[in-house]
Each structure stands twice: as C-alpha cells, then as structure tokens.
Write a protein of this length. Structure first.
Length: 539
C-alpha cells in the first residue's frame, strides 16, 4: 500500500463551534462535529495517535475459518466458484478465454441473475461475465486448446479445496480478488484515455497518457490512505462502534493535525467524499467494507433552512445521508496483508501474550505499537488469578531501563484480576521494588496496611514518575498533573534533598522533568539543583 501523507487530527469530534454560510446541503456546510457527533465517538486519545503516520495499531481478527466463510459468502466469489464448477469437465470458450455467446445467458441463469425461463437482461449477462472474468483471474478455471484447436476452459486446481472451504485457499483467492477490485476502483477514478480529436498528434497523446497515469496513481494512493485510516479507526473503536461517517474519513485525510476545518478545507472534505464514495462502493462488493453511499438527492436539494444554518446537530438518520463506511473483519484481514507486504509491522492483539509473564511485560514495555490493556486481557484469559498475579509480580522486578513500565503494567493487570490477586500482593508489601506499587492498589481494594517506610515512599515516587515519563513520551499535560501531586512542603529543598539520594535508575531524569515543568519557580529551581546532585552522585 502507498505510504500515507495525511494529516490526522487528534480528535475529529472536538472541533470548536463555528457558523459558516450555507451554500447547499453538502457536508461542507456542516460542522465536522455535527457529522461526526451523530454517531458514537471514534476519536483516539493522543497517546494512541503518537507516531500514527509510522506505527500501525494491533487488531484482533476472527479465526481464519470464520474469515474464509465470510469470503465464500461474498456473491462475486460465490459466482466465480459456481461458474468454475460449471466448466467441468470442459466448456468451449472463444479465443480470448471468454464464454461463447451461446453460454452467456445460461451462465446468468445458473447464477440466479435471471429467471430459469424467459428473457435475460443485458445487465444480467454483464454481471455473469464479470464473475467469469474473476474466475479466470483467480485461476479457478484454466484455458487450453484441444487437439482439434478448440479453445476450452476446465476447472483449476484450487476449485475443489475452495469449495470445501479450506481457509488458506479461500483467503488467498479472496485476497487476490480484493487486490484486483482495489486496483480497478482506483483506475475507474482516473481520467479516460481518449483523444479529443482524431488528428491529435503523438506528443499530445503522450501527454494525455501521462496525465492518466498520474491520475491513476493519485487515486490509488488516496484509496490506500483511506483504507489505512479505516484500519486504524477500527483498531481503536469500541466494539460495535466501528462505523465511520464518510465526512469524518475525508476529514482525517485532509485536516491538518490540531486544526479546525475552515471553509476551504470543508470544501476539500466534500470533494474528497465524492471521490471516495464510488471507490468504496467497489470494495464493498468484495465484502471488504460495509458502505452506505452518499444520498444522491443531496446534490439536487435546494438551499433551505435546516441544521446547516440553525447550528442544530444532525441526528443519526440525517448524518447517514452523507455516507457511512465500516471496515469488516474480512477487510481488516485484507488491509493487514497489504500492509505486511509493504513492510509495515502490523501486529495482532495477543501476539505478545503467548509466553510467560516476563515475556509479556517485557514485550509490552519494549513495543511501540501495542495496546497494553488488550494484551494483558488476552494473557490473563483462562489463567488462575492468584497464580497469574504471583507470576506477574515476579516478572515486574528489576532495575533495568524498562522496569518502571513493567511495574506499571503489573498493577494494571492486578486491576484486571481484582480481589483474587490480593494474597499475592500482600506477600510483597514490604518488598523494596514492589511494595509501594502494590500498597497503592491494595488501598484502593479497601485493604488497610501500616504506613510504609520513608525510603519506600521516596523510591516509589521516582519509580511511578519514571513509568509516566517512559509511557507518556514526555507529554507535558500528563507530567504536570503528576508533578502537581508531589508532596512538596513549604521547604522544597528538604524534600528534594531526600529525593536526589534515592538509588533508582531514573532519579536524575525525574528530577530534571520536575525542574522543567513545575509551575512554582522555587520548587522547580530546587528540583534542578537536586537533579544536578543526582547526576554527580552517579559519576
């Protein structure tokens, strides 16, 4: 797939209110928030969107048997298989490998595109020939020549395993078909290669050919970008909330990050919606998408008083008229395969949950494109809670660079396990590395504990802050919120005088962050002085 060149707003539903003059009833006349807000939010948190242009979020796919069943249920695939079986033991074709004229209407009847008796429409024949062409492209039929020089078609070797539902065969056939349709969808949007006049010279014809090729490439890249955006929004969406308004999809492709769409951008969104709509419809034929096209009446309706002028939010039914799209599980499978072919790392949820607790925590803490909560849930599923908690706590120990993140993840796992994990946590309340973290969790669980030693409190403060530094990637708002909770007294020099002596891998880095971000100048100054002392101590 072509690399994306889009600008991604962090939260498309968060655009500020504003009133734009109504020109028509196209999406450009509505606030993006109106189009978007009629449906459940698909917005992603900032931390989910870090490096979104490079990292592909993990997804969860159904078993291959379910995906294969979905592929076989696609009418075009089903038709191709039926026609391939119909060729047995062989069937005459013309020199181009197409069905002979006498077989075209029977083929349409076979596929249920026409009644068993009576007239067969031209559209039914065209549809049957599309299915035949696909069967040939997928090698479900093979074209050969008899000893008498007659052209014939016979079933291909993949037909029988496909009919039997072999997942590998079916999914390979479907993916090939989806690739063909994806390419044709982009070509359909490109300029038609036609000479405007018969006497068009060679240079003009060559220029037109270049124009067509450029248009085809742009359409292909646009479609690829749209599919990647759908892939990401589906990965982050809550179950049942994967449907994306077409206006939102277009906005995610054109609105610069952090900006609100102005009139010009809203016009670009509308143009892009109109461009994408037919291409998405083509992909929906292969089951890659569920697609509700733009209501054509929107282009015919005259300007009138309505949501565009009153500022009232659109209801779901009205918003749906602007088009909807949802990437199906089969579509997720297809897009992921294309991403892998292009060298992207496109993980599956649960990839990191196949080993023991140590492998799980290390894998999550060292992987950029991961959904930690989902990986923890997969790993915990089916495990005995108390044994799992003990294994996780043991894996959370250490003083290496990623150890604070492992402890943070361990506490998240304890939250998933609930009360069943309490005995394991109580066993380590005095552990110098784990005690502070589990004490906080146990207090939330309602367990009363004696106050910890001062050294444990200080060490846990550094460890907790270090985990946030590593997982928030330096986001100032997240860190400032944590900084504001530091128990700094009226004598910050005394507090930081204790902190800089803490023997922790990240003591200096934590103090430097406090010194940079704390809003109280006196506190910030003392933190910077303490950071200098901590670094000097390391030397």
């Amino acid at each position: 797939m072509a690399g994306r060149r889009r600008n991604t707003p962090d939260n498309p539903s968060a655009t500020g209110p504003g009133e734009l003059p109504a020109e028509s009833l196209l999406p450009a006349d509505y606030e993006l928030a109106d189009l978007y807000g009629a449906f459940a939010a698909h917005g992603r948190d900032e931390e989910d969107m870090d490096d979104a242009a490079v990292l592909v979020p993990p997804i969860q796919l159904p078993p291959e048997t379910e995906l294969a069943a979905a592929a076989l249920a696609v009418p075009l695939i089903d038709h191709a298989l039926k026609l391939a079986r119909w060729t047995a033991p062989h069937r005459p074709v013309d020199e181009l490998g197409d069905l002979v004229e006498a077989d075209r209407e029977p083929a349409a009847r076979l596929l249920g595109l026409a009644p068993a008796e009576g007239e067969v429409t031209e559209d039914a024949v065209v549809e049957a020939m599309r299915a035949w062409s696909l069967a040939c492209d997928l090698d479900l039929v093979e074209i050969g020549t008899t000893a008498k020089g007659e052209h014939v078609a016979i079933p291909g070797p993949d037909l029988e395993p496909a009919e039997e539902g072999d997942p590998e065969t079916v999914l390979e056939l479907w993916l090939t078909a989806a690739g063909i349709v994806r390419e044709l969808a982009a070509e359909a949007d490109s300029l038609a290669l036609e000479a405007e006049e018969e006497e068009e010279d060679e240079a003009a014809a060559e220029a037109r050919l270049g124009e067509v090729e450029e248009s085809r490439q742009e359409a292909s890249e646009l479609l690829d970008e749209a599919l990647q955006v759908l892939y990401e929004t589906t990965a982050f969406a809550d179950p049942g909330q994967e449907t994306v308004p077409l206006g939102v999809l277009a906005a995610l492709l054109v609105v610069p990050e952090g900006e609100e769409p102005d009139e010009e951008l809203l016009g670009d969104i509308t143009d892009l919606m109109v461009t994408l709509d037919p291409m998405l419809a083509d992909l929906a034929e292969l089951g890659l998408l569920e697609h509700r096209p733009i209501d054509p009446e929107l282009f015919e309706e005259e300007e009138e008083e309505g949501a565009a002028e009153s500022g009232e939010p659109l209801d779901e039914a009205e918003s749906a008229r602007f088009g909807l799209v949802r990437l199906t599980p089969l579509g997720q499978y297809g897009v992921r395969q294309w991403l892998l072919e292009d060298g992207y790392d496109a993980p599956l949820i649960g990839d990191l949950a196949q080993g023991d607790a140590e492998a799980l925590l290390r894998g999550i803490s060292e992987t950029a494109n991961v959904l930690p909560e989902r990986e923890l849930q997969v790993w915990l599923s089916g495990r005995e809670p108390l044994a799992a908690a003990r294994e996780l706590l043991e894996a959370a120990r250490g003083t290496d660079q990623q150890s604070p993140v492992r402890r943070l993840l361990c506490v998240q796992a304890l939250e998933e396990l609930g009360a069943d994990a309490q005995p394991a946590a109580q066993d380590v309340v005095d552990d110098p590395e784990l005690g502070g973290a589990v004490r906080g969790w146990l207090r939330v669980q309602g367990v009363e504990l004696p106050a910890p030693e001062r050294s444990m409190v200080l060490w846990t403060t550094i460890d907790t802050f270090a985990a946030q530094l590593l997982t928030s990637e330096g986001e100032a708002e997240v860190l400032q919120e944590l900084i504001s909770s530091l128990p700094v007294t009226d004598n910050p020099a005394s507090y930081f005088g204790e902190l800089w002596r803490v023997d922790h891998t990240y003591t200096a880095e934590v103090l430097e962050a406090v010194g940079e971000l704390h809003l109280d100048r006196t506190v910030a100054k003392e933190a910077r002085k303490a950071a200098f002392k901590a670094r000097s101590q390391k030397k």
